[in-house]
Every structure is written in structure tokens, then in C-alpha cells.
Design a protein around this ligand. Sequence first.
Ligand code: PEP
Ligand code: MG
Length: 558
Amino acid sequence: MSAVASVARSLTGIGVGRGGAVAPLAFVRPAVAAPVDELPADGDAARLHEAFATVAADLRERATAASGSLAEVLSATALMAADRALISDAAKRVESGTGPATAVAEAVAGFATMFEAAGGYLAERVTDLHSVRDRVIALLLGAPAPGLVLEGRSVVAARDLSPADTATLDLELVAAIVTELGGPTGHTAIVAGQLGIPCIVRATGVLDVAPGTLVAVDAGAGTLTVDPDDALVAAIEARAAREAMLASDTAPGATKDGHAVPLLANIGSAEDAARATAAHAEGVGLFRTEVLFLDAQEAPTVERQAHDYRSAIEALGDRKVVVRTLDAGADKPLAFATQPDEENPALGVRGFRLARTIPEVVDTQLRALGEVSTPSTWVMAPMIATPAEARDFASRARAAGATTVGVMVEVPAAALRAEAILREVDFVSLGTNDLAQYTMATDRLRGELSDLLDPWQPAVLDLVRATASAGRTAGKPVGVCGESASDPVMALVLVGLGITSLSMSPGALPAVRFSIRSHTLAECEAIAAVALGADHAAHARAAALASMDAAARETLGL
Ligand code: PEP
Ligand code: MG
């Protein structure tokens, strides 16, 4: 039996977003390590020089064919593969009897240590150095090169994708992303959502399908179908047409009776900001600034940060942008800020808690933001648990020149004490990803627990209601910027509870806009009441769905 024949025709995982795609499968290959028992052989030195030269030439060629930041990264990596000092270090090791792949690994490890010690720009190049190592070793061992260079539009499959892996993909050619690991609110899912790429995580078995096989990805259903029949291809294409129709409405978010609910985008870079405006977001409800520094070995300077923030703010014109200060730690480790030895990082020094250990990093960021802020720039802190923390953040932010200051509500303690927190700040934004994680005591990276990690859980809805009601009492905005805002059914519940803005992956905007526009505020309130009356997450969503306008539900394909 062939490998393909033994694979189920359909795999199920957790879908992210509502999109679909049909394209051949391409795998992100893991790197091959140098064999532990590698022996030297005649001609190793010549093979080593040739391998470096081939890798450098290949990278140069790919850089010429690529554009934008991908081209820059590839050119910089090509220069490293041609670096005389690196090559002669590896060659000397071969001359003294080390096997060639081991020699490359050792030489690169030495350079990486030097780069890391030098810090700054060089330290950030260690990833590229490793990429050269992996390519040269693969060549020496006759193994395929790691990573993935797409030759045409493809469904990209991997065991898992780090943000760095995602950044090296030519996104124009990525039809969909499917991973065996990851969770629905992990970073692969968030990045895919931000780019509007259909995605399925926890699709066990996807790596057993032969590369090149035509597959159909339905993120709405969370299914990947091998060799889809014409009917399925037609259904996915029909859905794409429906999505295009929904996307043609670009009016500001509002209910049927005109109650305004600004629809905002979640971004992590200036490029995302440009995509958000192209998707007709009314602004940005969450700018995840830590995404800019995932590869940084040292805390970025005021100048570097000001430059990066200015690019994003300028891309948004005079639209509102809520900039979140660094949410380092747990699922977003930053080399310069994360505590190395925490047993439970999600419960440790993450988010605004950095102000306890490295307050200068928090203040440097606020200073950089103060330099580039416009009247439309709002600033907020992640992982606030107490009113005292909110007060501390507000005073630091205001001292740095921020005019509109808020905090995220993503810890149950903050939701329960939202009234007191709102006395300290101008607004709050509910991070329902973390709020679900902490309310349900469920690691957001563990996809297999996604039934618990569900924003429809009655306890999570109760905390959202409590926060929204505190906002109404205070007369201050309460937004939602967690992934739950991108569900067109949940969006109705949130509006009904009194949430004042919804921020989501740009790809989710059209369906949410349509859903809200198809219901009056009173209808949203009734749907919220039905959902909050349920005693079970699945019942809450089913009840809300059943209470929706039937025609809207059909148009949305729900
Ligand atoms: C959240 O927790 O819901 C949120 C928006 O923040 P992040 O996903 O970046 O932790
Ligand atoms: Mg969060």
C-alpha cells in the first residue's frame, strides 16, 4: 500500500477563520542535524567549500527573485554563506579530522556565540547563521534543504510554525496553512488570521499526506480533504465568492438601527497596518508591539521603537490605533525580557509585570510611543490584575505624554474589579484569549483542551458582561480585541452586552460587519440574554445562532 493510499481522505483539526482554499500540499521540512558518529573522508575540505558556495549562490538567486523584506533577509543570509572567516573556520576543523557536517555545526556555534555576545544587529543575525548552517549540512549529507521555498500557490503544512518560520514564507503563494500542533489562539493561528490566510491547527496526520497532493482546506469546518472532488472544489469556490460579496460592504460598523460599533483590526507591524486599512478597518484596536521584537536579543532602543511605531501609525493616517505595550513572556517569549527559569510562565512575569523586573524596558517603550503619538494614538498595558497596576501604568504612560490610557482586561481579577480599574484609566479592552485561559485554567497553547478554552463558556461570558457593565457605569469605552470578536455570532452577543468596539483579524471584518448590520441593538441584546442564559458553552453558541436573523445566518453560511 502506498503512503498516500493509507492516509484518510479527510483530516480534522481546529479551523481558524472562515476561508477555504484548494491547492497542492507543500511541507516545511525540519533541519537535519550533523550525525553524532560522522567520520572524516578524503575530499571533505573541497566538498565543504563547494557546499558553502552552492548555498550562497542559491540564496543570492532566491533573493533576486524575491521582493521586500524577504529579499533583504535572503541577501543578508547569502552574504553569511560566503563569509570567508566562517568558511575557513569550518575548513580548519575538517583539516584537523572533524567530519564536515560536524565542522560546520561547530564553526557556526562559535560564530553564533560571538554574534550573541556582540548584541544588537549581529545578535539578531544568529537566525540567518543557523539557516546557512542547516542548508550547508543538508547539502553535505545529501538531504533536502530545510524550510520551504514555494514554487507556486500551495497549502503549507508543518508540524508547527514559529513566527520566524511564517516570516520567511512568500505569503503571496500561501493558499492555506495547516499544522499538526498549535492551538486556536496560538501565534500560527493569529498570524494566519491577520494575513487572511485560511488555517487549520491540530490537524493530526497532515504530514503523512504526500507533498504535492491536491488538498482542499475548509477553515470554517476545520477539515482538510485529500484529492477533493469537483463538488467540494465548487463549494469552496462558492464560499470564496460569498466572502468577496461580503467584503464589498465597507461602511463603518453599525447595527441595523444605526448604533455605531467601530470595527477595528489587530496588527503586529506596519505591513499589517497597511493591510488593515485595505480591509476597511476603522482603526486598530490592538497593535501587538512585541511581534516587532520576537527576534531581538537586546531591548530595542527608543530610536528603533519610535521608527517602527511611526511607520505603523503613519500607515493608519488619522484612524485610531490602540498600541499595546510589550506583552513579553509565556506564549510570546522575548529574549531580552522573558524570565528564563519560570515553571509556569503564563502565571509569571509577563505583560505589564515586566515593570517589576525591568521597569526601564516599560518606560523606554512609553518614551518611544510618546515621541510618535498623534491625538488618535491610545496606549494600553497587557496582563493587568489590579487597580494599583492600572494606576501605575497610567501614571507612567501619562508622564511619557500619552493622552488616552487604558489597560487590557484578560485576568479574571481585573474583570471582577473592572469598576475600580476604570477609575484609573480612560478605557479597557477585553483580551478574551487570555481571559478564557485564566478563567478556565487552560493553557491556550494546548489545542486539545479547546472545549474548555472557549469564549462561549458561561463563566467567561459572565466576566465579559461584568466588564461591559462597569464600562457603562463609568461612561468609558470597553472594547474586545481577543479572537472572540471575529466570530460573527459572538459579535452580536458582545454588542448586546454593551461592548463599544470590536477588534479582530482583518480577514474577519466583512462577516462581522454583515452580521451586526443585519440585527438591531435590541435584537443583539436579546441574543446576548439567550447566550448568557445557557449553562454550557456549546448550548450558548447554539442558542445565539438559533436566535439570529435566518437570512443573515444563511448568507454567512452558518
Ligand atoms: C488576548 O489575550 O485576548 C489578546 C488579545 O492578547 P494576546 O492574544 O496577544 O495575548
Ligand atoms: Mg492576551
